[in-house]
Structure formats: structure tokens, C-alpha cells
Write a protein of this length. Structure first.
Length: 312
């Protein structure tokens, strides 16, 4: 794999690290299967691209993308909390609606950002773009990860985590579980929209279909990262999902660029499915092997002489 491909995969992995943070908040913290990220990722792309081409400051355009995407997450929570729609179905409805909204925002299915200023433009004077862009994106991801760690370690974050474990217990303590759901869904999709805005600016194009498979990539990052870096502490879990996103992208780039097994770019979804399946199956196989070894050791008769402690 060439240096250009490596740093390109690193950059994309860092961007999708923001998606992984959002997916972690919904799936791991709140225990909410949120599929609306397939719609909010291209929404971040669409809002940022449309605003930048309209002459709006790239940082302000990125903020707009985060807010609009967070609002879509709020809609998913509203459909679940207030309307009583099953969480999985509510997120699917939001995802479907977002596709049409994104086309409305852009006015067309895709657009180019070539020649437009982005949030990366002021940093281009630092050196070669191939090295600078992953550095800048990495700093943004690091700040986002720090924010999530501080949030989950706060009293409010503790309530949000407790809601995901046992919502009835939290409600019995007088806390508003609905508010935790609104907030978590909003901030999760805000991170996904942030990733979409960065994706549009780093790749200099926007397309309404760019969100296809986003949830699978986010899950792959979360599962793979927590398999590679197990741990119960919040900062370890957050580090794991970001590392998982980077490892996933590097693994895909290596598999596709090396021609291994005859894979092509069109096989990206197949590679993703295989990696997720392996990340799910391998830990279970390891635990099963450990249990069998422990049971075998427990049922094996001892041949030691109890009076001397020596073997017969």
C-alpha cells in the first residue's frame, strides 16, 4: 500500500471515527438501535456543501451541518418518546425522510466543492496536504472524543448511561428518561453530521447517496475497536471506537489495494460484512474455548498424594 493510500485511509478512518462516537452513544450507552445515521451523514454533507458554495464561512457551514443533523436525531427521539413508535422503525422513517430532504437542500443529487475554501484551507500552508489533513482531522476527532468522555463521566452522563441500562429504574428515581433520549439522539446524530461535513470538505464533493452503509461502518468500528481494546473505563471505550474506525479503514484499504483475494472497490460492503462478522464471532469463540478449558481442568482428577503433596 502506497503512502498516499495509507494517509488517505487514515483520514477517512478518523472522519468515520466521529460516526463511531455517535453510534457508540446510541447503541452502547442508550441501547437505542438508531439507523437514521444513514440519513444524517449525507445531511451533514448536503448542508455543509450547500452553505460553502453559497459563500458562507466553512466553520459556520460545519456548525450548521451539526445542528441540522442533531435536529434529525431529535425527530427520531420524538417519534419514539412522544409518538410511541418502535425505536428501530422511528429511525428508519427518519432515514427515509432525510433522503428527500437532502435533495431539497442541495437542489440536485450531487455537487462539487472544487476551488471552494474549507476548514482545512488555512492549514494547507503547514506542509504537504497528504500529511496535514489527517493531522487537522485527528485534532478535531480528539476534541470530540474528549467532550464525550467528559460528558459520560458527568452526573448527567451517568443518568444517560443508567437510562440505557434500566430506564424503569431511572424513571422510578424521578429522572426524565425521555429527555436523556432526546439529548443522546441529538448529540449522536450531531457527531454523524459533523463527520459528513468533514467528508464533503476533504473529498471536495457532495452526494445524497454518500450515507449508504454508514451504520454498518459505525458498528464495525465500535465492535472491532472494543474487541481489540477491551476495557470498562469510559476513556478506554472511546479510544477503542476511534482506533477501531482507523483499523477498519486501513484493513479495507490494504485488502483492496493489494489485490488480495481478487478484491475490487465494489467489494467494500462484502469486506465490511466479513470484518464485522469476525469481530462478533472471534470473542465468542475465545470465551467458549476458555470455558471448555476451565471445565476440563475442573473435571480432571487430581493424582497428588494428600499426605505428601507429591504425585504417585
Amino acid at each position: 500500500m502506497s503512502a498516499f493510500a495509507f494517509f488517505g485511509a487514515l483520514e477517512i478512518g478518523l472522519i468515520y471515527g466521529l460516526v463511531a462516537l455517535g453510534v457508540y452513544l446510541t447503541f452502547r450507552v442508550l441501547d437505542f438501535p438508531d439507523l437514521s445515521v444513514d440519513g444524517t451523514f449525507p445531511m451533514g454533507v448536503a448542508v455543509a456543501a450547500t452553505a460553502i458554495t453559497a459563500g458562507i464561512n466553512p466553520w459556520l457551514a460545519t456548525g450548521m451541518a451539526i445542528i441540522v443533523s442533531a435536529a434529525m436525531g431529535w425527530v427520531t427521539a420524538f417519534l419514539t418518546v412522544r409518538c410511541g413508535i418502535l425505536n428501530l422503525l422511528a429511525s428508519i422513517l427518519t432515514m427515509i425522510a432525510a433522503f428527500s430532504i437532502n435533495i431539497r437542500i442541495m437542489g440536485r443529487p450531487n455537487m462539487a466543492l472544487l476551488g471552494q475554501d474549507t476548514i482545512l484551507t488555512p492549514f494547507e500552508s503547514w506542509g504537504e496536504a497528504m500529511y496535514v489533513r489527517p493531522l487537522v482531522v485527528g485534532l478535531l476527532v480528539l476534541l470530540s472524543a474528549w467532550f464525550v468522555v467528559r460528558l459520560l463521566n458527568s452526573d448527567f452522563g451517568l443518568g444517560m448511561r443508567a437510562t440505557g441500562v434500566n430506564a424503569r429504574m431511572v424513571a422510578a428515581q424521578g429522572a426524565n428518561t425521555g429527555f436523556y433520549t432526546y439529548f443522546c439522539l441529538a448529540i449522536s446524530n450531531g457527531f454523524v453530521g459533523f463527520a459528513g461535513a468533514l467528508f464533503a470538505q476533504t473529498n471536495s464533493f457532495a452526494d445524497v447517496t454518500s450515507g449508504v452503509g454508514t451504520i454498518v461502518v459505525g458498528l464495525a468500528a465500535v465492535i472491532l475497536g472494543q474487541t481489540l481494546i477491551p476495557g470498562k473505563k469510559i476513556w478506554v471505550a472511546i479510544l477503542a471506537v476511534v482506533v477501531g474506525s482507523i483499523v477498519y479503514r486501513l484493513a479495507v484499504a490494504f485488502a483492496l489495494s493489494s489485490g488480495m483475494f481478487g478484491l475490487e472497490a465494489s467489494d467494500l460492503n462484502l469486506v465490511t460484512a466479513v470484518l464485522v462478522a469476525l469481530a462478533l464471532v472471534l470473542p465468542k469463540m475465545k470465551r467458549a474455548r476458555t470455558r471448555r478449558s476451565a471445565m476440563k481442568a475442573a473435571t480432571t482428577p487430581s493424582h497428588a498424594n494428600p499426605s505428601t503433596g507429591e504425585s504417585r
